[in-house]
Design a protein around this ligand. Structure first.
Ligand code: HEC
Length: 381
């Protein structure tokens, strides 16, 4: 027999609670990570807001922005400076040759006061050392991200995220879905994380790779987000078919309810069906008649408007009242208005004749004339 893997319906509620809290915490943590990324990178190009430029500068470096310059000019280190004047001093120094004498005289005191508490090479060896000229020059030249720095961030990043993806993916595997799709969704975050990290190093030498960094980073976020959302959804919203968990009594009750519901509803449905079948042809026929009548009337009214005034011969002048009388006696009203006759056949239809001969021809073919009791044609109301 094929081995069936566990699904969310097989695990206990406490397990689901644990997983849900974990997933939500990871989700919130990820949002904070995005915010942190925004704060550290957004000002790198000197303009607020994240752009591809920011990413390029972070890894490839920039001709006019140094790491020190962007850190204090809108970057995360700016709040550490006690006065805005000092920021200007440092920026001026950065853009005017960065000489050692100027450094000792103007810059070192500022850094000693505001920065070396953390950036002293001892309390926090990972941070740039700002206690001496050489250390400051490390971040004062427009260099690409350093390889040791990238290696450090990469190993932390890969170790940390691999664990997150492992647990998120492990929970996600409990979902019910197409197996191929599931395999793809499990693989994508890992692949994109690896591509993301490797492209940091490539971007160091080739800034256009910043697009790969952004695309693979976004793909990782999206696929991990999808795993979290789908898992939470299947755990709590779209739970599995509850019939499996009903006792025999409960199933019986459910059947009874369904049955009585059916007994009430099915007569209503069949009655309305019968009415519908009965009246549908009538309604349909009336609709057709009305449509034909209205369009014919419109057609004749248009013709009436378009025809020029009639000049009646003496003969015509005799025939016209005769014809009008014949028509009126058969139940048609006639209206002469200079350019012909409009004959009203029913509530809506009007026919137009712009010569006495046409009117005569029409009278010869009137159904009412042939037999007084003739069935009215389809187009008469
Ligand atoms: C409270 C401790 C603290 C103080 C004070 C501090 N920094 Fe930092 N600094 C940090 C930390 C932590 C990082 C690493 C942050 C990161 O990478 O997101 C950092 C990173 C930096 C970087 C590197 C940015 C980059 O591009 O990687 C520079 C440059 C910098 N600080 C300059 C300064 C200057 C200039 C001052 C004084 C005005 C200062 N820092 C004051 C803690 C501090």
């Amino acid at each position: 027999m094929e081995k069936r893997c566990l699904r969310f319906q097989d695990i206990s509620v406490s397990e689901k609670m644990l997983y849900s809290l974990f997933l939500m915490t990871i989700g919130i943590g990820y949002l904070f990570a995005l915010t942190h990324m925004y704060y550290t990178h957004q000002m790198r190009d000197g303009k607020p807001g994240m752009s591809i430029q920011d990413v390029m500068i972070a890894y490839y470096g920039s001709q006019d922005q140094t790491r020190l310059g962007s850190a204090i000019n809108g970057g995360p280190m700016e709040p550490n400076l006690k006065s805005a004047n000092d920021k200007e001093k440092i920026l001026v120094w950065l853009s005017t040759g960065k000489s050692k004498t100027d450094f000792e005289q103007d810059i070192a005191p500022i850094l000693a006061r505001d920065c070396t508490l953390c950036h002293n090479g001892e309390t926090n060896p990972g941070l740039p050392n700002l206690t001496n000229y050489e250390g400051v020059m490390e971040v004062a030249s427009s260099k690409a991200a350093s390889i040791p720095g990238l290696v450090k961030v990469s190993h932390i990043h890969l170790f940390g995220i691999a664990f997150i993806l492992l647990f998120v993916g492990r929970i996600f595997i409990y979902c019910r879905m197409n197996v191929t799709l599931k395999r793809v969704i499990v693989v994508i975050p890992f692949l994109s994380m690896l591509i993301d990290t490797l492209s940091w190093f490539v971007t160091r030498n080739n800034p256009s790779f910043a697009y790969v960094v952004v695309a693979s980073g976004a793909l990782m976020g999206l696929s991990m987000g999808a795993q979290i959302v789908i898992s939470l959804y299947q755990m709590w919203v779209e739970t599995f078919d509850p019939r499996l968990y009903l006792s025999a009594n409960q199933q019986l009750l459910l059947k009874k309810i369904a049955l009585s519901f059916q007994q009430i509803v099915s007569p209503i449905v069949s009655a309305s069906k019968a009415y519908l079948l009965k009246f549908a042809p009538i309604i349909w026929q009336q609709l057709r008649i009305a449509t034909v009548q209205i369009s014919l009337s419109l057609y004749h009214a248009a013709q009436y408007q378009l025809h020029p005034k009639l000049t009646l011969t003496a003969e015509d002048q005799l025939k016209a009242p005769q014809y009008a009388q014949t028509l009126t006696e058969s139940g048609y009203s006639v209206w002469f208005a200079g350019n012909g006759w409009l004959v009203k056949e029913s509530l809506l239809t009007w026919s137009f004749f712009n010569s006495i001969d046409a009117l005569g021809h029409y009278i010869q073919h009137l159904p009412h004339q042939q037999s007084a009791s003739a069935e009215p044609s389809e187009y008469k109301v």
